[in-house]
Design a protein around this ligand. Structure first.
Ligand code: GAR
Length: 218
């Protein structure tokens, strides 16, 4: 696919912040894990000073597991199918994140709604990537809905995770125009190219705030 489509990113991308020691992150993912892979790549190349301490997934056959295995990142599969046991499920995730002493939690294709119980444990330390220009198209079918709705512009957003789903303070967004011949596959690919740009930069920006204790005052 032609990767030279036009897009806008805001705020503008600047150089990654440097972290010494590296920023300790925990990744939550349910799917293929291309965003997770991008973080691995940037970390391995020494471009982004992160240490991915642990991957947590809620799907036993998720593609992200293989990606973790390939590079020796510890992972944990925590399945939370029973809605009456959501607290047990979240406690296990919380305990794992505490065990690995993460500073920032990155939801990179995490398709499970988290409760205030979870969010309040890590206030201002959880970010999520979503494939739309929030607040448009919240939920699990954002790309499909943007096409069905005849939107002309869409994109992706990284935001802090707050109680209301796909809400929370926006950290970074990327926008692109939808072409007449775009379909779910082409549009998903274009959006993911942009996701792979804004997620690492959002981590860098938020990491800087965390390290400077800025978030503690909120
Ligand atoms: C990404 O497009 C991400 O925005 C989306 O899942 C995909 C995961 O891709 N997340 C959501 O829809 C959350 N509501 P990946 O597994 O290849 O990184």
């Amino acid at each position: 696919m032609d990767q030279s489509f036009n897009y806008i990113i805001s705020p503008e991308i600047s150089e990654f912040r440097r972290f010494s020691p590296k920023l300790k992150i925990g990744v939550l993912a349910s799917g293929n894990g291309t965003n997770f892979q991008e973080l691995i790549n940037l970390s391995e190349k020494g471009e982004l000073d992160i240490e991915i301490k642990v991957l947590i997934t809620n799907k036993k056959d998720a593609g992200c597991i293989k990606r973790a295995e390939n590079v020796g990142i510890p992972y944990k599969i925590i399945i939370g199918k029973d809605p009456t046991k959501k607290e047990v499920f979240e406690k296990e995730i919380i305990n794992t994140l505490i065990q690995y002493d993460v500073e920032l939690i990155v939801m990179a294709g995490w398709m499970k709604i988290v409760t205030p119980f979870f969010i309040n444990k890590f206030k201002n330390k959880i970010i999520n990537i979503h494939p739309s220009l929030l607040p448009a198209y919240k939920g699990g079918s954002a790309i499909k809905e943007s096409l069905l709705n005849g939107s002309k512009i869409t994109g992706c957003s990284v935001h802090f995770v707050e109680e209301e789903v796909d809400s929370g303070y926006l950290i970074m967004q990327a926008a692109l125009s939808i072409q007449n011949d775009d379909n779910i596959n082409t549009l998903t690919k274009k959006i993911q190219i942009l996701e792979h740009k804004i997620l690492p930069h959002s981590i860098s920006n938020v990491g800087f705030l965390i390290r400077s204790n800025f978030m503690e005052s909120y």
